[in-house]
Design a protein around this ligand. Structure first.
Ligand SMILES: Cc1cc2nc3c(=O)[nH]c(=O)nc-3n(C[C@H](O)[C@H](O)[C@H](O)COP(=O)(O)OP(=O)(O)OC[C@H]3O[C@@H](n4cnc5c(N)ncnc54)[C@H](O)[C@@H]3O)c2cc1C
Length: 472
């Protein structure tokens, strides 16, 4: 292996091939740099192999089950083979998981091929930082060498947090990365943790037909999200028969003869067949050589970066979950691109966290961008807000959608749209007009002057912006 680059172009070495790393590699190659990417597992990273792609593929099946579940209210009757009323629709988890794993595999291959086509040299191995311009590599086969670089990007991601008193065993006590090995639907899944990951899996498994108990240490599910949205979701969860245990901290999870037992801090015990631990993530920064290279990290082990992804050492950048900025694939990718624009001297805009649109893929979905309800509480004299329940929307009525709303925040006086929330099916697809309004500082009058199709769920967005019109 020639450890030195052959040309005089910028030499970029990237550690980690998830969205942070591979998007950066593509940009760096496009800008004419020599790029090497070292990945210890497969290109695509946790995002493709265990997190985004598998969970959203599982949720696609769960959504189909939801649709079938409410088809009755739209006049559809399902009969069994004898012609009697039947409820024979089941999710075959073995087939579902087989599909999911093959989608992830294909996506990882596509990303690898895209990188090599773009001229990126992908190395299968583990890398550590030697100093600010050298990276030590141990290839999968054991070959070791050091690469010299003018720019280094650390995009090493994170892994599920584990509790000593609730050690995952991959069979009954599981992290989200281990769910896709299940061949049969759990009879009773206890989900510990009601953040985004816990809520998404609780929602999906309930829709697939599993009995679900959600253990939430907080007052409401989805701490940190819009409170009205969390209220709707919790109402829907309970309505669907989910057992939501609020203000309940899980102290331990142990195996029983045929399942699991979760002991709560107040002494209550919950028995189930399986337990999913969704209690956060830890950055993969422990053995990365950060101390030797004098890269500053936070108490939680996340690499400190600024708005253009610079770490505390010149020439060393970091992107994605290892920075703890916002644990989203879209943010990881943007941080990676920004790092390369900055390092390679292209035009660059710092990351604007306020403009990041995100979505919780529960049923209903919760999409948000910009200003939040707690910002509103602190600035209620300067901000106007309008919230429209979806059950007043004609298209939603036709589609049988009952739960959800759209909410807009606008600056009083100028009418500039500062943010919004959409709760409903496919909210992830409906948030874009609000994101564009926030990004481009559009006013409520500009949004309401845009035609929405009639009838459409997005009509509620223009209607909410009409409600925020102020007479000059
Ligand atoms: C269940 C779940 C669902 C999610 N769904 C969404 C979603 O719908 N939308 C969204 O935007 N985000 C979602 N996320 C978040 C998203 O998965 C992460 O934000 C994203 O994966 C971060 O990308 P990354 O590049 O920082 O890290 P990763 O995707 O984790 O990639 C890091 C890579 O670095 C490699 N690596 C680590 N150390 C080394 C080393 N020393 N040498 C070589 N290689 C190394 C790893 O093998 C890995 O491949 C979800 C997360 C979870 C847990």
């Amino acid at each position: 292996m020639n450890t030195e680059f052959e040309s005089t172009a910028d030499r970029v070495v990237i550690i980690g091939g998830g969205p942070g790393g591979y998007e950066a590699a593509l940009v760096a190659a496009q800008l004419g740099a020599d790029v090497m990417l070292i990945e210890r597992n497969r290109c695509g990273g946790a995002a493709v192999l265990t997190d985004v792609v598998p969970s959203k593929s599982l949720i696609a099946t769960a959504e189909m089950m939801e649709e079938i579940g409410r088809s009755d209210s739209l006049g559809i009757r399902i009969y069994d083979s004898e012609g009697d009323d039947g409820d024979t629709v089941i999710a075959d988890l073995k087939a579902v998981n087989k599909r999911i794993l093959s989608l992830a595999d294909a996506q990882a291959n596509d990303i690898y091929e895209g990188l090599t086509r773009a001229g990126v040299k992908v190395i299968q191995g583990t890398a550590t930082l030697a100093d600010r311009d050298h990276v030590d590599v141990v290839e999968e086969g054991g070959t070791e060498y050091t690469l010299e670089a003018s720019t280094i990007l650390l995009s090493v991601g994170s892994h599920p947090r584990e509790l000593d008193s609730a050690k995952p065993d991959g069979e009954r006590i599981l992290t989200w990365t281990q769910l896709y090995g299940l061949d049969e639907l759990p009879e009773h899944l206890i989900v510990v943790g009601s953040g985004v990951t816990g809520a998404e899996f609780a929602s999906a498994y309930r829709a697939l037909g599993t009995k679900v108990t959600l253990v939430s240490s907080r007052e409401k599910v989805l701490p940190g999200q819009d409170e009205d949205a969390a209220d709707v979701l919790e109402f829907v969860f309970r309505n669907k028969g989910m057992n939501v245990l609020s203000r309940s901290r899980a102290d331990s999870v142990t195996r029983t003869e045929d399942g699991v037992e979760v002991v709560l801090s107040d002494g209550r015990r919950v028995e189930g067949s399986h337990c999913l631990m969704a209690v956060g993530s830890i950055p993969n920064t422990d053995d990365l050589g950060l101390k030797t290279a004098k890269i500053k990290v936070s108490d939680s082990g996340h690499i400190k970066v600024d708005g253009v992804s610079r770490t505390s050492r010149a020439g060393v950048y970091a992107a994605g979950d290892c920075t703890g900025v916002l644990p989203l694939a879209s943010v990881a990718a943007m941080q990676g691109r920004i790092a390369m624009f900055h390092a390679l001297g292209d035009a660059v805009q710092p990351l604007k966290i306020r403009h990041v649109a995100s979505n919780v893929f529960t049923a209903p979905e919760i999409a948000t961008v910009g200003f939040t309800q707690s910002d509103y509480r602190e600035n209620s004299t300067d901000i106007d807000t309008a919230m429209l329940p979806l059950d007043t929307n004609p298209r939603a009525k036709m589609l049988g959608i009952k739960d959800g709303f759209v909410k807009l925040f606008a600056r009083r006086g100028s009418g500039s749209i500062l943010g919004g929330v959409v709760v409903g099916p496919r909210a992830s697809e409906l948030i874009l007009p609000i994101t564009m309004a926030v990004e481009n500082r559009l006013t409520v009058d500009q949004l309401s002057a845009s035609f929405a199709v009639y009838p459409s769920v997005s009509g509620s967005l223009t209607e909410a912006s009409r409600q925020l019109h102020r007479h000059l």
